[in-house]
Design a protein around this ligand. Structure first.
Ligand SMILES: *Cc1c(COP(=O)(O)O)cnc(C)c1O
Length: 378
């Protein structure tokens, strides 16, 4: 699904020098690389504050802690995503409220979101799934109307742009009150271990969160709030400093592969290619909105499981993201949920299949993958 080794070989010289520098300095924790990466990422995202932390799940948890949400407050998020988002809501004794997604974009459905709002709702967590933003203009309108916080889970969409109706653009994760991301190795901006970050333009929230990631300390050994210990280490920051300047090229490489896939499947029966939420039918040459963390097809004729096996038999990696909707997971089941409210997720779990998607795919590989699929699906 990914080719981390191939990508490393191309940047090995730079990465090795940076790693050696950390080893020579022994500043493994909070070394100068961490601060420098924070500044680099603030500039890249055009956001006032980046707070690095240990992973993307911590980032979500700490963002919610920073907003001072209280047990019983309802937090709305998407049913069709990785479990981290709903996990931290539950861990903080907040009440998760899952909503259905849009069939075309896999992102939070706005009508479902509106329907889920109650007087107890305090926050919305749109997940920018598979690399493109949820409908943020609609999310922001609703948040404003009901006075809700917006926490963007940007673990899969760092580098994606969101274009507003007036033509202005913002980077994914910098649109709501706070955004979070993950630097897990297979993410679009991955380090060589675990890592994460929180972004915000809110000075007070940034100050609160900076203390929270560090045991609730604002002055050394004075603990004002209950915090956590969540740090990005210097070795990972050193890797990320080398990779961040390449992120736009990495996004382009993914879009190029997506364009090849889209083209190949253009006339195929029963294969639905991913839709762009900005309405464009195809990924244009200067597209900057989708960063294709995953390239996910919908197989409409019931052959999805067979295709999954057929591709494996032919040595083609592929994955089902996600096989079980969150509302059906043992840990998150709740009698409030009604199956008819999750029509789209319940369908997607049977139709989606994600293909190899990374920065090192070449045309020969793409050709082999696409012809194998086209010859199999009837
Ligand atoms: C990967 C991911 C996370 C969690 O990131 P970790 O760094 O693995 O903790 C959270 N949300 C989404 C949508 C993800 O894809």
């Amino acid at each position: 699904m990914v080719d981390l080794q191939g990508q490393y070989q191309k940047i090995k010289d730079k990465v090795d020098i940076q790693l050696q520098e950390v080893l020579n300095s022994s500043a493994y924790i909070n070394g100068p690389q961490v601060h420098a990466f924070q500044k680099d990422l603030e500039a890249y995202l055009d956001v006032k504050h980046v707070i690095p932390c240990a992973n993307g799940t911590d980032a979500l948890q700490i963002a919610m802690m920073g907003l001072d949400l209280k047990p019983g407050d309802e937090v709305i998020t998407a049913d069709f995503t990785f479990a981290a988002t709903v996990e931290v809501i539950a861990l903080l004794n907040l009440t998760p409220v899952l909503v259905d997604v849009e069939k075309d974009t896999f992102n939070m459905d706005i009508d479902a979101l509106k329907k889920a709002i109650t007087p107890k709702t305090k926050a919305i967590v749109p997940v920018h799934l598979f690399g493109q933003c949820a409908n943020m203009e609609a999310v922001l309108e609703i948040a404003k109307e009901y006075d809700l916080f917006v926490i963007e889970d940007t673990a899969q969409a760092i580098g994606a742009n969101y274009t507003f109706k007036d033509g202005s653009k913002k980077k994914a994760g910098t649109i709501g009150n706070v955004g979070t991301t993950s630097f897990f190795p297979s993410k679009n901006l991955g380090c060589y271990g675990d890592g994460g970050a929180i972004f915000t333009n809110d000075d007070d929230l940034a100050h609160t969160i900076r203390g929270m990631v560090n045991h609730g300390m604002y002055k050394r050994y004075y603990h004002d709030v209950v915090g956590v210990n969540s740090r990005l280490d210097s070795l990972q920051a050193a890797v990320l400093r080398v990779k961040l300047p390449l992120l736009n090229d990495y996004c382009d490489a993914r879009r190029k592969a997506a364009r090849f896939y889209n083209n190949a499947f253009k006339n195929a029966q029963n294969i639905v290619t991913p839709k762009m939420s900005n309405g464009c039918e195809f990924i244009c040459d200067n597209c900057d909105c989708h960063v294709f963390h995953q390239y996910t097809l919908q197989i409409l004729n019931g052959q999805r499981n067979e295709l999954h096996q057929h591709l494996l038999d032919n040595g083609i990696p592929n994955a089902i993201y996600y096989p079980v909707p969150l509302h059906s997971q043992k840990a998150y089941a709740d009698e409030r949920y009604k199956e008819e409210d999750f029509k789209v997720t319940n369908e997607l779990i049977n139709t989606v299949i994600s293909l190899p998607m990374h920065t090192e795919l070449d045309e020969e590989q793409l050709e082999f993958i696409t012809t194998t699929i086209i010859n199999f699906i009837k």
